[in-house]
Ligand binder design. Structure first.
Ligand code: DAH
Length: 343
């Protein structure tokens, strides 16, 4: 029977298309194409009018069976597709709870801050107080009161960055000595950490901005022995008991006598000719110091016949670089996280 053949062929075609359907919407299209009002099945039913009365019920039954068969196929495919989509989604959303977690990036203190805080602890332990002064300073405090009058040749030692004739970025932390003497009565024991500025080109050992810690002690009967004892204690606390200090005569207008102090190389103890910290000299220059010049005491309102004192100024960047074996000063200012996270 020709109509039956058409029906079988349509069913085969539909079954094939259903097997190949990739998703629910594809399947819906097939339902319209084969079973919808204008679909293939309806076309076939329309042609039943041409059949004989005996053939009609046979064919009707057959069409109903094939329609049910096709609906079943479609339902099975729909279920399979839903199941497949679910499995795909679960696979893509799968979380491996056994994977190690991501370590959050934790900030750290800058090496300069660490050494500054350690120094503050050391000096507070010896009875010092921490004071601060302005970075934009008057010539009067930065030079004049420290026995460096205008045209004093020692002003050449520091390339200063002036803002006006009388205002400059402080070239050292020593002006805080003068400020402290003018506002405090002896006994005085202070340290002053801070930024200082000089007109220097940037290279591995120079920067126009660097850091110092100033120290000042004024009392009755203060002498050189107190100065050396204080500096030795600080060096041993910072670098360990094995460290020694030595002093060399020097000149600063604000101290008399003046000295520069070296500490023995804490890295090699002077035993390594190729030491990258001391370059084989065994000693590291770290600070300037001396007994406060009586003229400076006088200018700052302290009677030099009653009181004496010592002062020192230490380079914080240098102390930090020695402590951590940093060979290029620029590292301290570039804030490269790979550098900072090593400390
Ligand atoms: N102010 C000096 C400088 O920047 C360092 C210094 C030397 C400070 C001797 C002092 C001192 O207090 O007594 O080079």
């Amino acid at each position: 029977m020709a109509l039956q053949d058409t029906l079988n062929q349509m069913l085969q075609e539909a079954a094939q298309a259903v097997r190949e359907a990739r998703d629910a919407s594809g399947l819906d299209e097939l339902r319209v194409r084969f079973l919808g009002k204008k679909g293939s099945m309806t076309q076939i039913l329309r042609q039943m009018g041409s059949l004989s009365p005996e053939e009609r019920p046979v064919m009707g039954k057959l069409v109903n069976e094939k329609r049910a068969e096709l609906e079943e196929l479609m339902e099975a495919r729909r279920k399979a597709l839903v199941e497949f989509e679910k499995r795909m989604r679960l696979a893509s959303e799968k979380v491996d709870v056994t994977l190690p977690g991501k370590e959050p990036a934790v900030g750290r203190l800058h090496p300069l801050t660490l050494v500054q805080r350690r120094l503050e602890e050391i000096f507070i332990g010896m009875g010092f107080e921490v004071v601060e002064g302005p970075e934009v300073e008057l010539d009067h405090f930065n030079f004049e009161l420290l026995n460096l009058p205008k045209d004093h040749p020692a002003r050449d030692m520091q390339d200063s960055m002036y803002i006006t004739d009388n205002i400059l970025l402080r070239t050292h932390t020593s002006p805080v000595q003068a400020r402290t003497m003018l506002t405090h009565k002896p006994p005085i024991r202070v340290i002053c950490p801070g930024r200082v500025y000089r007109f220097d080109e940037v290279d591995a050992t120079h920067s126009p901005v660097f850091h110092q810690i100033e120290g000042l002690v004024i009392d009755k009967g203060i002498h050189m022995g107190h100065l050396m004892g204080t500096l030795e204690t600080f060096a041993k606390e910072l670098y360990g008991d094995g460290v020694k200090i030595r002093c060399r005569p020097s000149y600063f207008p604000f101290t008399e006598p003046s000295s520069e102090v070296d500490i023995s190389c804490y890295m090699c103890g002077g035993h390594d000719d190729h030491c990258r910290v001391c370059h084989g000299t065994g000693w590291l220059e770290v600070l300037g110091c001396g007994m406060v010049n009586p003229h400076v005491l006088e200018m700052c309102g302290i009677d030099p016949d009653v009181y004496s004192g010592f002062a020192f100024g230490v380079g914080l960047d240098r102390l930090t670089n020695i402590k951590y074996g940093i060979t290029d000063l620029r590292n301290n200012f570039e804030n490269d996280l790979r550098f900072l996270s090593q400390v």
